[in-house]
Design a protein around this ligand. Structure first.
Ligand code: EPU
Length: 427
């Protein structure tokens, strides 16, 4: 198993370019199943998760090839309608093939994902939505089967709480349903806008892009797509936080600052200097006459659906707050078990107490945080540990970094180019 070794305490300087978004690539790749043909997706990051999704498409009968950032997917011949346990257990987002498969073939069988490191994460909203569109759902030996006779029927689908992949699944299922489907309390994450744009370019008729109410007027025919994946806002936020934690000055290119309203606001409140342009962010920490970097102020966050503070940046934000001046309350409202990084950050000397769904972080001066051996528990927790290791003094060893490779393209090389002392070794 690979490990990351970090010698902390070095500020980051330079320019770093952002990759396409993992969480946009996954639904857009799944959407190519909707209609037979050759599709082209640009700016697809080469990650463990995008490779898993391509493998799943291949299992269903699709073929694909990659040329740089562009992936061509040929979905003319599908010979299977099942997402097997082996793939779903490594990537929950495999459930995204349910919507397009039911829409195209009237039948889909997908292994139930089960719990994961950050929470129970059921898919009941997806299944209830499919039922509302007329599908019959059955559970058989750990697999969910969805079947319809004829076409799906437009309906009203209401989510108790906004679900990102739930909204994407119902969107993909309903584009070719008979009549209109209204998705109420839909998630509004930018990745959904990316999917709406792709579906629209395929001939779908969708109203309400970017809002919590989407109206999908079913169409009889769709055409193959050519679409571009948006920049990864969570990767962008992770680099912003890394610079804030280590000090220095970095320009982040090929990003969409507009997709990170909550983080930018919180970082400014903490004292980080950020200049936004349409596709570029310049981030720096003010110098302190008494030391290399002025200590940032502690600020509270509460994770919320978009445009609120993203749960996918909570661990990385905590890694910043452990060295800020004062106390910060980090309230996690989306996933019930997303504090697995706390015990690892404590190994570096962080002062954190968990109280239900809140973590109370008392910041300590940077020199009191010292590198240690830590273990990554999930993708974003791993990124938090890397940030903490970059800022702490001494050596930090992060093991189980396959989590990190699920969602960050070339993170070690990108950090090295910014001057970080970080390397990957094989154990
Ligand atoms: N929920 C249900 N039932 C459902 C669906 C969701 O109770 O059927 C609950 C969840 O348990 C959670 C809340 O609703 O409490 C929101 O979950 P959501 O469905 O939005 O999460 P998701 O679609 O499974 C996506 C991202 C996650 C990200 C969350 C929240 C993808 C592929 N995954 O997951 O990304 O944390 O939205 O923003 O888009 C990551 O990239 O590291 C990651 C975990």
């Amino acid at each position: 198993m690979d490990k990351i070794i970090i010698q902390g305490g070095k500020p980051l300087y330079g320019t770093v370019s952002m990759s396409g978004a993992k969480n946009a690539s996954l639904p857009l790749l799944a959407a190519t199943l909707l209609v037979p043909g050759r599709h082209a997706l640009h700016n697809v990051p080469d990650l463990r998760d995008t490779r898993t999704m391509l493998k799943l498409l291949e299992t269903l009968g699709a073929r694909w090839e990659r040329d740089g950032g562009t992936v061509y997917i040929d979905t003319r011949y599908l010979n299977r309608a099942e997402a097997p346990y082996e793939l779903v257990k490594t990537m929950r987002a495999s459930v995204l093939v349910l919507g397009p498969l039911i829409s195209r073939t009237g039948y889909a069988r997908v292994s139930l994902p089960g719990g994961c490191a950050i929470g129970a994460r059921p898919i009941n909203f997806h299944l209830r939505g499919f039922e509302q569109l007329g599908a019959v759902i059955t559970l058989d030996q750990g697999y969910v089967e969805a079947a319809i006779k004829g076409r799906l029927q437009g309906s009203v689908v209401y989510f108790d709480t906004p679900s990102v992949t739930g909204t994407e699944n119902i969107l993909m299922a309903s584009v070719s349903a008979e009549g209109t489907t209204v998705i109420k309390n839909a998630a509004r994450e930018p990745e959904i806008g990316n999917l709406v744009d792709m579906l629209t370019s395929m001939g779908a008729r969708i109203e309400g892009r970017g809002s919590d109410c989407l109206a999908v007027h079913g169409v009889r025919e769709l055409r193959p797509a050519e679409a571009t994946i948006i920049p990864d806002r969570i990767e962008t936020g992770t680099y912003l936080l890394a610079v804030a934690a280590t000090g220095g000055k970095v320009t982040i290119t090929d990003c969409r600052p507009a997709h990170l309203p909550a983080l930018v606001e919180k970082l400014r409140s903490a004292g980080v200097h950020i200049e936004e342009q349409e596709t570029t962010l310049a981030v720096s920490c003010p110098a302190d006459p008494a030391g290399p970097v002025r200590r940032l102020r502690s600020v509270d966050i509460r994770t919320m659906p978009y445009p609120g503070f993203p749960t996918d940046l909570q661990a990385q934000f905590m890694a910043l707050m452990i060295q800020a001046d004062g106390s910060s309350i980090i309230h996690e409202t989306i996933f019930e078990n997303r504090f697995m990084h706390v015990a690892e950050l404590q190994r570096l000397g962080a002062d954190i107490k968990i109280d239900g769904s809140s973590a109370i972080v008392r910041g300590r001066p940077q020199h009191e945080l010292c590198g240690a051996q830590v273990m990554a528990t999930d993708l974003r927790a791993s990124a938090g540990l890397v940030i903490a290791g970059l800022a702490a003094s001494g050596t930090t060893e992060v093991s189980r970094i396959y989590h990190l490779e699920r969602g960050y393209e070339n993170m070690v090389a990108k950090m090295q180019a910014l001057g970080a002392d970080i390397r990957k070794i094989r154990e």
